[in-house]
Structure formats: structure tokens, C-alpha cells
Design a binder for this molecule. Structure first.
Ligand SMILES: Cc1cc2nc3c(=O)[nH]c(=O)nc-3n(C[C@H](O)[C@H](O)[C@H](O)COP(=O)(O)OP(=O)(O)OC[C@H]3O[C@@H](n4cnc5c(N)ncnc54)[C@H](O)[C@@H]3O)c2cc1C
Length: 412
């Protein structure tokens, strides 16, 4: 059976990019069929920013560009057509007040990602939009022109334009299972191999699992490559897990480890970033004097989280049961250097299913950056994470989805 939708625009995927594209198309008076397979719209959006949704960032557009390490120049047109300021004006018009936090990150004032989804749903589901709860299985292409979409239910839908906004491959439980890459290949597009980015890291050291759940709030990290060259430095919060490390600074670091398969990276954690070498030495002398009659095991109570102390002492090689006043100068130097640069060898990344975003996707050289239209198939558009553009944390990835969705919706 086939449903006649000729003259219509079909949007595949009701996530950030697809909802924005649909709303924009509806605003332009186009007939739209929005195909979403999950039964609910914006499933991933609901879990963004730990349920608070970091919508965008208030920095200027050049700074947004600087936060896009892959194919930033492709984004100029989309970001200038629909900027972060335009996005915030829309949220304001929809009655969703926002607030700006550290690092220019913008959240809904309510701290509820659901408010963002509800506003986008209202914008998208206007009277000329039909929502179809079905799974797109392929594209119907004839003579290098898009004609429609095949569906799992067996019903084909036809239209003048198709916008593929199916997301990446991360968190597949939210619906983004990489279907868009298949559609792109079917249309003859090159797809840059999808890889995890903004993802927890696995370490060679197994002692990390004994610290599982321990979060370090104010640490400085330095990731060095096998030649000792620093590839990333940051300051903030990190977390130990059963396999390695996670938390904001680690996720950000992961986006910089482009050669993780080839190169061995070492993570160096500065546990006392507020103290320079001399201050730390003075602090150690003071603490060791204060606890001089105690055992080494009790000398670090004011320096380190309790859970970390036995492991830290193991790493120094100092006998935990000897008196503190027997710590030698060389041992104190070892303590010093481990406090300033605790090393962890990075074994690899967690799988793509655990990544915040997917790096890779539809090759930008085959898309028109001013419309998001395919250069290979007329009427075929791509928007959001399915495209080979990815950014650091801070609201930039959603801005990419909204800007490319808006642009595709303005042109399809
Ligand atoms: C835990 C987590 C937290 C995050 N937090 C933030 C944050 O705070 N700020 C930020 O900027 N970014 C954040 N991100 C990244 C951000 O969520 C994504 O970059 C963004 O959602 C991508 O939007 P999209 O519309 O391209 O894809 P998605 O939001 O993944 O939407 C794709 C949609 O397409 C549907 N779909 C897929 N295939 C088909 C098919 N064959 N047929 C029909 N429908 C289909 C899916 O069901 C899904 O609804 C986070 C990601 C994760 C995983």
C-alpha cells in the first residue's frame, strides 16, 4: 500500500535537528510528514545536560566555530543564518525562559529538558504537519532526484524533498542507531567512519576500579602523547569508574585524542593545581611535621580524599605502616611528583554507544553548506549529528543540530 504525499517534505527523525526543520517548514507553509520511529519525540534531548539540556552557548559565532574541531568552516552559513541569539529569541517567544551558567552555557531556567522538548514539539507539530510513528528503511531515488521514503510498515511515502535528521550512533537507546549513514550511502554519499567522541576513557591501570564513583572536583589534567607532547589541558571535575575515568574534563579531552588507536596517551592528573611546587613542598613538610608520630597511612588525611589514600600510598611505594617521621627526602619527592602528575595510561575509549556524540558521518564536501542539500541527489537534505561535524561540550552540538535543521527547513 502507498500513501500519496507528493508535493510534501518528509523529515526523518524527530530529534533536535528534525523538530527544528519541521517547525521551520511548517512556518513556511509547507506540507510536512515527520517520521519518528521511537513513539516519542526528542528522546535524546530529554537526557541532554543531565536532564537540564544545555541548549546552546552565548559566546560569539567565531568562538562557536573555535569549539568545532571537525569541519568548522562548513558551519559558517548555518550559524550566521540561525545563530545562538536567534535560537534564544525563539525560546523566549515560546515562553521558555533561559539562564546562562559558567562558560556561557545556556539552560532552560526551569532546569528541565522536558520544557525544551515540549516547546520544540509545539513549534514542529503545526496544522500542516503529519506525525508518522514509523521507521524509515530507505530512500526512493529516481534519476538523481529524491522521490520519497520507504517505511518499515510497508507504506511508502512520496514527497519533493527529504530531510535526513536521524542523528549519530551514540546512545542508540534514544533512537539514533546510524540509519542516516545507510541512507547517505544509498544516495551515493561518502560517509566518514563514525567514531565515539565526548566519551569516557579506559585505562591500563586496574586500581581505578577501587576508586569507582569517586569524583575529584578541582583537578588540572594534562593529556600527553607518546612523545610527551601535551595534546590537551583542562581544569575541573573528573570521575573514576570501573573501567577508567569519566566526568566533564575527561569527556572534553576525548575529543582531542584523534589517534587513539595509533598513539599511546598518558593522562596526568594534578591533584593540587592551586599549589606551585614550592608551596606544595612547604605544605608536605608542614603536614608530615604535624603527623610525625602517626603512621604514613594517616599522613594524608588533609591532602587527599579518604578513599584515595591507600591507593596513593601504594603508588608511592612507601611502607604505609612506618612512622611519618621516617619518610625520606626521596620519598617526599615521589609524593610530590605523584600529587602534581598522577599518571594513568589511556588504553582506549568506551564504545560509541556510551559516547555523547558521534564523530564522522556524511562527508561535508558533498553537501551545500548554504542549504544542507546533497550535491548528488536533488531534494535530499541532511541536518544534525548525521553530518560529519562535531563540537566540544558546552551546548555547541545542539546549536549545530538547531542551525543545520533550521537551514534545511528553510530550503527544502
Ligand atoms: C547523554 C547525552 C547528553 C548530551 N547533552 C548535551 C547537551 O547538554 N548539550 C549539547 O549541545 N549536546 C548534548 N548532547 C549531544 C546532543 O544531544 C546531540 O548532538 C543532538 O541530540 C543531535 O541531534 P539530532 O537531531 O541530529 O539527533 P537525535 O537527537 O539523536 O535525533 C535523531 C532522531 O531520529 C530518529 N530516527 C533515527 N533513525 C530513524 C529512522 N530510521 N526512522 C525514523 N526515525 C529515526 C531517532 O529516534 C531520534 O529521535 C548530549 C548527548 C547525550 C547522549
Amino acid at each position: 500500500m502507498s500513501v500519496d504525499s507528493s508535493g510534501k517534505v518528509i523529515v526523518i527523525g524527530g530529534g533536535a535537528a528534525g523538530l527544528m526543520a519541521t517547525g521551520r517548514l511548517a512556518e513556511r507553509g509547507r506540507q510536512v510528514v515527520l517520521v519518528e520511529k521511537m513513539g516519542v519525540l526528542g528522546k535524546k534531548l530529554r537526557i541532554t545536560g543531565k536532564g537540564r539540556c544545555n541548549i546552546t552557548n552565548v559566546c560569539d559565532i567565531e568562538d562557536i566555530i573555535n569549539n568545532i574541531p571537525v569541519n568548522a568552516s562548513f558551519m559558517y552559513s548555518a550559524l550566521y543564518t540561525f545563530s545562538n541569539t536567534d535560537l534564544l529569541k525563539l525560546f523566549d517567544a515560546w515562553g521558555v525562559p533561559t539562564k546562562t551558567e559558567r562558560g556561557g552555557r545556556v539552560f532552560p531556567a526551569s532546569d528541565k529538558a522536558a520544557d525544551v522538548v515540549n516547546a520544540l514539539k509545539k513549534y514542529a507539530l503545526q496544522k500542516n504537519v503529519r506525525l508518522l510513528c514509523d521507521e524509515a528503511t530507505g530512500l526512493i531515488i529516481d534519476n538523481s532526484t529524491i522521490r520519497g521514503v520507504t517505511l518499515k510498515s510497508g507504506n511508502n511515502i512520496y514527497g519533493d524533498s527529504v530531510i535526513v535528521a536521524t542523528g549519530g550512533k551514540s546512545y542508540p537507546i534514544t533512537g539514533s542507531t546510524g540509519a542516516g549513514y545507510r541512507f547517505a550511502k544509498q544516495a551515493g554519499h561518502e560517509v566518514i567512519t563514525p567514531k565515539p567522541s565526548l566519551v569516557p576513557l579506559e585505562t591500563e591501570e586496574r586500581w581505578v576500579c577501587r576508586l569507582m564513583g569517586l569524583s575529584l572536583k578541582n583537578v588540572a589534567i594534562n593529556v600527553a602523547d607518546r612523545n610527551g607532547r601535551s595534546v590537551y589541558r583542562d581544569f575541573g571535575e573528573m570521575l573514576f569508574t570501573h573501567f577508567g575515568v569519566s566526568g566533564p574534563v575527561i569527556l572534553s579531552a576525548s575529543a582531542h585524542l584523534r589517534d587513539i588507536e595509533k598513539s599511546a596517551y598518558t593522562l596526568l592528573i594534578d591533584l593540587k593545581p592551586a599549589l606551585d611546587d614550592q608551596q606544595l613542598d612547604e605544605r608536605l613538610l608542614r603536614d608530615f611535621e604535624k603527623f610525625s608520630r602517626k603512621r604514613v597511612l594517616n599522613a594524608f588525611d588533609e591532602l587527599l580524599p579518604r578513599k584515595m589514600i591507600p591507593i596513593f600510598i601504594e603508588l608511592t611505594g612507601i611502607d604505609p605502616h612506618k612512622p611519618v617521621n621516617q619518610i625520606s627526602r626521596a620519598e617526599r619527592r615521589t609524593v610530590h611528583s605523584l600529587l602534581k602528575a598522577l599518571p594513568l595510561r589511556i588504553k582506549g575509549m568506551r564504545p560509541i554507544s556510551e559516547a555523547i556524540i558521534t564523530s564522522g558521518g556524511v562527508d561535508v564536501r558533498e553537501l551545500d553548506p548554504s542549504t544542507m542539500q546533497s550535491r548528488l541527489v536533488k531534494g535530499l537534505y541532511f541536518a544534525g549529528e548525521v553530518i560529519d561535524v562535531d563540537a566540544y561540550t558546552g551546548g555547541f552540538n545542539l546549536q549545530i543540530a538547531f542551525s543545520t535543521g533550521y537551514l534545511a527547513g528553510s530550503n527544502a
